[in-house]
Design a protein around this ligand. Structure first.
Ligand SMILES: [Zn+2]
Ligand SMILES: [Zn+2]
Length: 370
């Protein structure tokens, strides 16, 4: 069967032939992979900046954003049956008995760093025709989300961030009542999304559905399908080519939330200066090596203390975030059917994966389909 792998030694990315996998434990399921989304992480792995093969292998099968059909189940599998659709989670627990996070099913908060991530770190990914995995890491997908469920994994970034923000909003200003319906929790508050890639756009969609007055700020200028999408969901797009951070702050007023989805450290640092009183700043981008920049940490520290600000980093994601992501994909479809139909730019055969991953991203999300 076909798979797409990176070979860090000779620095190659290519289609490989593999043996069909087999169930070896009773809690396993056999997955026929349907859709695999590609993203910036895949690009970094295929540029050999990141990514580790499983111990003993000289290659890593890539792919972590996926949708699969269950085709076979082990004898101890209870929840799943052949024909079910699933989105697998990516991060798997470390082996250490003392890791409270991993031992309680929260491996996205692992303390030791010895977790594995399918398609990224120490475990093969999902860009293969068939994959064997454990039932407990499968998130069941309603059949009507077949065409967009591959977006669930990248959407978990925003879902996990928002869950933490809402938890904080119950404890600190604006003191949201826990009973507040999810679509009203951001009512009266402003959110600024940095970046217009898939993570930023999906983040903006979550924020708009939660009731935030949402702005998206990025380099891009019209005409652009991504800017059209921002406007179609009722958010406001501002280009950094035409407005500075200072002008942006005057336009928005108090910025209650910044959702960073670029991975550019200098840009993020500048944005931190315009965060409002009692504001929360969420970092989701993982910067590579970047130019050293001058900063004024005393000024920044002073503003953060005097304004009760929160700076939060977050990496995806646990089971709750997957559940929320699948629920919200259904909600997006009901609210913006035309927009949702444009989220997946196109589906391509696996032979085209290397050039797609390393080329310029086309449309909003490119997907490999077997
Ligand atoms: Zn990704
Ligand atoms: Zn751990």
């Amino acid at each position: 069967m076909k798979a797409v792998a990176v070979f860090p030694g000779p620095q190659e990315v290519r289609l490989i032939e593999q043996e069909f996998p087999r169930l070896t434990q009773p809690d396993q399921v056999m997955l026929r992979m349907l859709d695999i989304g590609i993203c910036g992480t895949d690009k970094e792995i295929c540029s050999f900046e990141y990514g580790t093969p499983p111990p003993g292998d000289d290659y890593l099968v890539i792919g972590h954003e996926s949708l699969a059909e269950v085709v076979e189940v082990g004898t101890a599998v209870e929840r799943l049956r052949p024909g079910d659709l699933v989105v697998p989670s990516v991060r798997r627990p470390c082996p250490h008995p003392g890791c409270l996070a991993c031992r309680s099913g929260h491996q996205d908060y692992c303390y030791t760093g010895d977790f594995s991530e399918r398609g990224i770190k120490d475990a093969h990914g999902y860009l293969a025709e068939y994959v064997v995995d454990h039932e407990q890491y499968m998130n069941t997908v309603p059949l009507h989300l077949r065409d967009i469920a591959v977006l669930a994994e990248p959407l978990t970034i925003a879902e996990k961030a928002l869950a933490q923000i809402f938890w904080m909003m119950q404890q600190r200003p604006p003191w949201t009542d826990p009973e507040t319906p999810s679509e009203e929790r951001g009512r009266g508050l402003s959110a600024l999304v940095l970046g217009i890639g898939p993570v930023g756009l999906l983040g903006a969609m979550v924020l708009v559905t939660a009731g935030f007055t949402t702005y998206v700020y990025s380099r891009e200028q019209p005409p652009s399908p991504r800017i059209d999408l921002v406007e179609a969901i009722g958010a406001t797009y501002v280009s950094s080519q035409t407005a500075t951070f200072g002008q942006l702050r005057r336009q928005i007023g108090n910025i209650d939330l910044v959702y960073e989805a670029v991975g550019h450290s200098h840009f993020a640092l500048q944005a931190l200066h315009i965060l409002g009183t009692n504001g929360i700043f969420v970092l989701t981008g993982v910067p590579g090596l970047q130019a050293f920049v001058e900063a004024d940490p005393a000024h920044l520290m002073r503003e953060m203390v005097l304004n009760n600000q929160v700076l939060l980093g977050t990496v995806n994601a646990g089971p709750d975030a997957f559940t929320s992501a699948l629920r919200d994909l259904g909600r997006f479809r009901r609210q913006w059917p035309a927009v949702v139909s444009t989220l997946i730019a196109d589906r391509y055969p696996p032979e085209q994966a290397p050039e797609l991953i390393l080329g310029r991203p086309a449309g909003i999300k490119s997907v490999i389909a077997f």
